[in-house]
Design a protein around this ligand. Structure first.
Ligand SMILES: Cc1cc2nc3c(=O)[nH]c(=O)nc-3n(C[C@H](O)[C@H](O)[C@H](O)COP(=O)(O)OP(=O)(O)OC[C@H]3O[C@@H](n4cnc5c(N)ncnc54)[C@H](O)[C@@H]3O)c2cc1C
Ligand SMILES: NC(=O)c1ccc[n+]([C@@H]2O[C@H](COP(=O)([O-])OP(=O)(O)OC[C@H]3O[C@@H](n4cnc5c(N)ncnc54)[C@H](O)[C@@H]3O)[C@@H](O)[C@H]2O)c1
Length: 478
């Protein structure tokens, strides 16, 4: 194929949820925009992360809720229909085809170039196309890197020879393994252990630390551990995994444990964090280092690049590895690229139209386990580390009428972290069945810096789980 050259106002590399949003914003602002994608338009989130994992988990959590309701529990006593659950998951990934998302790009007027994009000097991108050609793109105003992350595997001899699962296989597997070992204690580990256990696997979790979900309030990990163990997951803490072997490509996996002993399984999932997809991105052609996370300012502009034409949004800038937060950055970056291109004023003060302030103060996250965990803003420990003068208020969710109606034997807890100097909330955490849908109330309170005296007038409906807000405020007031 012959080389081609084209010029656009904005080039976006990576058509995951973040690149799509950013491109939509710049195109809508009147800047001609092209997006480059090497795999599927829609990115990790649509095909190997958020969508398939939540499609696997939804029936699991719905069944767990139903089993706690006399009159209904008898009807849902049996096992999940794994084939049907996997089939619904396949629908949510559009069977790993991106026609729908490509159609959407067309509908918003963004051009797509398929292939692997690399920076090639200032405002230049060279795309290696699947046909073996090169498309040379030049940006008049900006290049935005939205290339996301891939799974990070531990440095362990032979790890690349054992056909280990990463999040990709854990979300797209077509069969339920008889025995699954999960290494890690973060979000991917707990969600995938929950899903595959309910689908029928014997699951063993090997966690090197002493708790799960250690970036959240400590009681979250405790309650999620309890839930996993009750579901039959063997959760082991303080376990290092120095050796893993496998017979052939699909034989038994043997996991040697530090200090002796071993676990044998049919598959092993490494849910051990993420690495930026910047290894083959031409960063060195613009004075940056290959393989690094891209450090950005509040407007998502990459620091240390002359003339400020390079932006990075989403996972790749390491600010918050979540789809909604990356899309927020995409909206902010799209707006600021347009403002700078048109010579309009830039409002990058905290909470301004062109600053991704929520990344620091109000990141919401829901972990879709049984019980669910939901948090926004700072934990008590983070607030203390930052030297804030705080009061921590806890409440037992089981004492809330709406929660006891939701399920018999409801277990859960809520915490708010109060900024005593400003009388606003710094963070809120809920853990318990159904709390995911409660979280946005906390996000509004934290991001809106709603004064607690005013929050007192935000009356939760009776009898909902949201009444926990009233109980937390009453507890604060004594
Ligand atoms: C198992 C799992 C479950 C998750 N669940 C949730 C959840 O429930 N909620 C949530 O908010 N977050 C969740 N996340 C995190 C979420 O998936 C990421 O935060 C999100 O996908 C980041 O979006 P992104 O657009 O930055 O990157 P990605 O989604 O990774 O997209 C990047 C795109 O760039 C393309 N690309 C990379 N390099 C190049 C290149 N050189 N040239 C051209 N194209 C390139 C890739 O092919 C990809 O399509 C989950 C993650 C995992 C692993
Ligand atoms: N529901 C959601 O919002 C959701 C779901 C899944 C993933 N995500 C996002 O995806 C990101 C990645 O998730 P993740 O679970 O892969 O990463 P993580 O950083 O949340 O957890 C990684 C876990 O692996 C452990 N670990 C790291 N290196 C190890 C090693 N060498 N040996 C043993 N254990 C090791 C860590 O101690 C930790 O427990 C998260 O930041 C999260 O925000 C979000």
């Amino acid at each position: 194929m012959n080389d081609a050259a084209r010029t656009y106002d904005v080039i976006v590399i990576g058509a995951g949820p973040v690149g799509e949003n950013l491109a939509d914003r710049t195109q809508a602002a009147g800047l001609s925009t092209v997006i480059v994608e090497s795999e599927l338009v829609g990115g990790e989130c649509s095909y190997w992360a958020c969508m398939p994992s939540k499609a696997l988990l939804r029936p699991v959590v719905a069944r767990a809720d139903a089993r706690r309701l006399p009159g209904l529990s008898q009807a849902v006593g049996g096992p999940l229909d794994a084939a049907a659950v996997l089939g619904r998951r396949d629908e949510f990934t559009s069977h790993w085809k991106d026609d729908g998302q490509v159609g959407w790009l067309e509908s918003v007027g963004v051009d797509l170039v398929r292939g692997h994009g690399r920076l090639d000097g200032a405002k230049q991108v060279a795309v290696r196309t699947p046909e073996g050609g090169t498309v040379r793109l030049t940006a008049r105003h900006a290049v935005a890197v939205c290339t996301g992350t891939s799974a990070a595997l531990p440095k362990m001899p032979g790890i690349h020879d054992i056909n280990a699962w990463t999040s990709r296989e854990a979300t797209s597997a077509k069969e339920v393994p008889g025995r699954l070992v999960v290494v890690g204690g973060g979000v991917v580990a707990v969600e995938m252990a929950t899903a595959w256990r309910a689908l029928g696997s014997e699951v063993t979790m090997l966690v090197r630390g002493d708790g799960l979900l250690d970036r959240m309030e400590p009681f979250v990990g405790e309650l999620v551990t309890e839930g996993l163990r009750e579901a039959g997951v063997d959760v082991r803490f303080g376990v290092n995994v120095p050796v893993v072997e496998r017979d052939g490509a699909h034989g038994e996996v043997r996991v040697g444990l530090e200090g002796g002993g071993r676990v044998v399984a049919d598959e092993i999932l490494f849910a051990t964090g993420r690495a930026p997809r910047t290894g083959d991105l031409g960063l060195e052609t613009v004075g940056l280092s290959a393989g690094d996370w891209l450090t950005v300012d509040a407007t998502c502009r990459v620091t240390g690049v002359a003339d400020g034409w390079l932006y990075a949004a989403g996972d790749v800038n390491h600010r918050a590895l979540l789809t909604h937060q990356g899309k927020y950055q995409g909206r902010i970056a799209g707006a600021v690229i347009a403002a700078r291109a048109k010579g309009e004023p830039v409002d990058d003060a905290p909470w301004g139209a062109h600053a991704a302030t929520a990344d620091e103060a109000a990141v919401p996250q829901v972990v879709f386990t049984d019980p669910e965990a939901a948090s926004v803003g700072l934990t008590a420990a983070e607030a203390e580390r930052l030297g804030r003068r705080t009061k921590v208020v806890d409440y037992d969710l089981a004492q809330v009428a709406g929660a006891s109606l939701y399920a018999d034997g409801y277990r859960g807890r809520a915490r708010m972290v109060v900024d005593l100097d400003r009388n606003v909330l710094l963070g809120v955490t809920f853990v318990g069945a159904g709390v995911g849908e409660l979280l946005h109330s906390g996000t509004v309170a934290v991001a809106g810096e709603v004064p607690l005296d005013r929050l007192w007038h935000a009356v939760p409906a009776y009898p909902t789980i949201s009444e926990v807000w009233l109980r937390l405020l009453e507890t604060l007031r004594g």
